[in-house]
Design a protein around this ligand. Sequence first.
Ligand code: PMP
Length: 446
Amino acid sequence: MSSLLHRLLNASLPIVVGGDGNYLIDQNGKRYLDACGGAAVSCLGHDNARVRAALKAQIDRVAFAHTSFFTNAPAEELARFLVARAPRGTGAGRVMFLGSGSEAMEAALKLARQYHLERGETARHKIIARAPSYHGNTLGALATGGHAGRRAPFQPLLLEVSHIDAAYSYRMQKDGESDAGFAYRMANLLDERIRELGPETVMAFVAEPVVGASLGTQPPPEGYFKRIREICDEHGVLFIADEVMCGMGRTGSLFALEQEGIAADITTLAKGLGAGYQPIAAVLAAEKVIAAIQDGSGLLWNGHTYMSHAVATAGALAVQNVIEDENLLEHVRQRGEQLRKALLSRLGEHPNTGDIRGRGLFWSVELVRDRASKEPFPATARLAQNIQKTALDRGLMCYPAQGCVNGTDGDHVLLAPAYTSTPGEIDRIAELTAAAVSAALDLMED
Ligand code: PMP
């Protein structure tokens, strides 16, 4: 019997006792190929020697010193590393290290509010985000996310956030509409919403450059974020890029937004930053945000006990050095292309495959009851969760997601393999995913 609160509903989970490359091992010695990094976290597998050595060395030096007394060497070095590599405009400022993606999103929202207050634009407090979306589980982040099911139980406790439709190509792009036309139409929803709300009251627009769990690895249509950037600039609204899931190499570039040719004003990072070896997240602020604070109060109005934790930043620094030294972004691009082809060949013609989409090593299969009409399976069928189970039975970890568009879209199976995946592991992931999908569909027919 587990004493963990979050396991109330699921007391039958295996106990993990070890990691071996890209596999996890449970108490019975069963091995699981980790095809999703948990939730797109474990990008270097589970036993990286350099990261483990860096963690041990830092623990032997010093683990924790509160940030109101000290800074520390790994935090400073990691901040310099990120600033130097962030898309032009983003990294010119500074970095804050926190403990989780939700904490980073809260900090990003508060930073945006502080930016406007420091400049005397005190009416700017409204947030615009997209639906569906997911930005975390704390109250501000939950309010920002456009995930109807997760928000509903907590109302009226949540902030009022205005949501525009996400650029969900599979379901929102009209027949015959060009990609450029679709990108422009969806981005212009932001312009309309800002005008409706009153530009002088809008604080920030929040979006994931490549959407993760809520939409099944949805890349943006080309030109979408260029237009978003123009709209934000025209109205003095800050753009917060949530790269918690898609950042740090997952899509084939260190920052997902690099591929869109623009920079955000505030960027959040988390999962791939520490690769799961430590809980760590970051918020990057562009020069204009830093300048507003420096010219204003001179103080950041945010702080947490464990920020810039020395062991967490040492672990993340080692992770980032491994990714760079071993040229793993090139692996992500190559193995990602292999995964795309393997998924297409095994599931592309399947009558229940609605869409296969993604970028880098970040891929999803959206399953539907009817391919022609795109009708999803009913949420009560719990197809995504059943696929997670049939995959686990076969020794594969994949990440299920379901029902974020008013609870009526299809079920997604999300794959986010380690950047160190071998060609053999990628083939095995596609093979086992296809087998798990078939097995879960068969269960439904019984
Ligand atoms: N933003 C995005 C895009 C996420 O995917 C997540 C986590 N799935 C979060 C924020 C919240 O991160 P955490 O779970 O570490 O609080």
